[in-house]
Ligand binder design. Structure first.
Ligand code: PLP
Length: 394
């Protein structure tokens, strides 16, 4: 039986995604192919998920190997991959303990629950507010929507979870004032705002916020869902800022293509959650964790330096190029602001065989971290050409 997949998608899948008109059927590394055999360079990696590209051999071996042993076991039993992954995450970050979730939103939910419990245990039930930043994005559940500092995501879903207040990024004095007024339990930040337009926050602001949090015993939560797992040329983006968070949440690129999130707890927070305080049926799934472990093992200093170099290449090739206003971000998490609407550039690139994303008014680039240099150069040339064409037509 043959069915028209695009038609059936519209009929049977909830209408939450405005899909691009491309049906991807295969791929390898940074290349994907549609149902007509057209080749595309993937500059989005499933929104920062396929860290080593499509169907990477080493990752796939790790996944298959575990799949043939035990595909799932409840968290009532010990299994190897999640323990080995947690140990690696702690050793690589200096954090103390890990809870595994399945997604970024769930990772943030857990981070928020932990912050509330920490503050309640220590200061009583009136200390619960989590300060997040305007223009942030933290997820789509009712609580992480509330954490997200963008009004338009809130509309039509009220009432949202109470206990969030929003500070202006870059203004540490305003943040301190808000924290005092709201008796804040925690501050949650993305060091590089992803969905908000790929904006790396000011180093001074992040460091002063961290110092304030430490001084006032307000927990610092860093959302590394998009910026983590090697994306910025450090294992986690906060490492570029020289700070030590109390809680780190991550997901996306950690699993390399399988659903996995992690919440890392530091010294202050490692014992906050006890038996029965939190749980997840699928969290720490052994297949996802085996794949993640193989990914982290390959992200050594040399590899992370290459990520950084590739990011520098994109910056230098596109900064000041015709039709491009700005280039922002860090490592291989880049936002290109074209003169024309970003969606038009993304469509033009797609026609020319390069798949990009948008983030607000930016063309967002999140290629696989191991994208070969020749393929990256080819993609960047196409993006530059699309932006320049747009400028000519203006
Ligand atoms: N936090 C950040 C910074 C994100 O970029 C995202 C997703 O884009 C999320 C949280 C939510 O992650 P998920 O879609 O896996 O729930």
């Amino acid at each position: 039986m043959s069915i028209d997949i695009k038609e059936a998608d519209h009929q049977y899948i909830a209408n939450t995604y405005a899909r691009f008109p491309v049906r991807i059927v295969s791929g390898k590394g940074s290349l994907v192919f549609d149902d007509e055999g057209k080749r595309y360079i993937d500059m989005g990696s499933g929104i920062g998920v396929t860290s080593f590209g499509i169907s990477d051999d080493i990752w796939a071996e790790a996944v298959y190997g575990q799949l043939k042993k035990v595909q799932h076991m409840s968290n009532l039993y010990y299994t190897d991959p999640c323990v080995l992954l947690a140990k690696t995450l702690c050793e690589r970050t200096g954090m103390k303990k890990v809870f595994f979730s399945n997604s970024g939103a769930e990772a943030n939910e857990c981070a928020i629950k932990t912050a509330r419990k920490y503050a309640c245990d220590k200061y009583g039930p009136d200390r619960y507010t989590v300060i997040t930043l305007k223009n942030s994005f933290h997820g789509r559940t009712i609580t992480t929507l509330a954490a997200t500092g963008q009004e338009h995501y809130h509309e039509q879903f009220r009432p949202l979870t109470a206990g969030f207040a929003y500070a202006e990024p870059g203004n540490v004095e305003a943040l301190k004032k808000l924290a005092a007024e709201t008796n804040a339990a925690a501050v949650m930040v993305e060091c590089i705002q992803g969905e908000g337009g790929v904006i790396a926050l000011d180093e001074g602001f992040i460091r002063e916020t961290a110092a304030f949090c430490a001084q006032e015993d307000v927990l610092l939560i860093v959302d590394e869902v998009q910026s983590g797992n090697g994306r910025t040329g450090e294992l986690y983006s906060y490492m570029n800022y020289g700070i030590s968070p109390d809680i780190v949440s991550t997901a996306k690129g950690l699993g390399g293509g399988l659903p996995l999130g992690a919440i890392l707890f530091g010294e202050k927070t490692e014992h906050v959650l006890g038996y029965g305080d939190h749980g997840s049926t699928f969290g720490g799934n052994p297949v996802c964790c085996a794949g993640a472990l193989s990914i982290l093992e390959r992200m050594d200093r040399g590899f992370l330096d290459e990520v950084r170099q590739k990011g520098k290449y994109i910056f230098s090739a596109l900064t000041g190029a015709k039709g491009i206003e700005t280039v922002s971000g860090m490592g291989l998490m880049i936002g290109v602001k074209p003169c024309r609407p970003a969606a038009e550039i993304v469509a033009a690139c797609r026609e020319k065989g390069v798949l990009c994303l948008t983030a607000k008014d930016k063309v967002r680039l999140l290629p696989a971290l191991n994208i070969p240099m020749d393929i990256l150069k080819e993609a960047v040339a196409v993006i530059a050409e699309a932006c320049a064409e747009g400028a000519e037509e203006k």
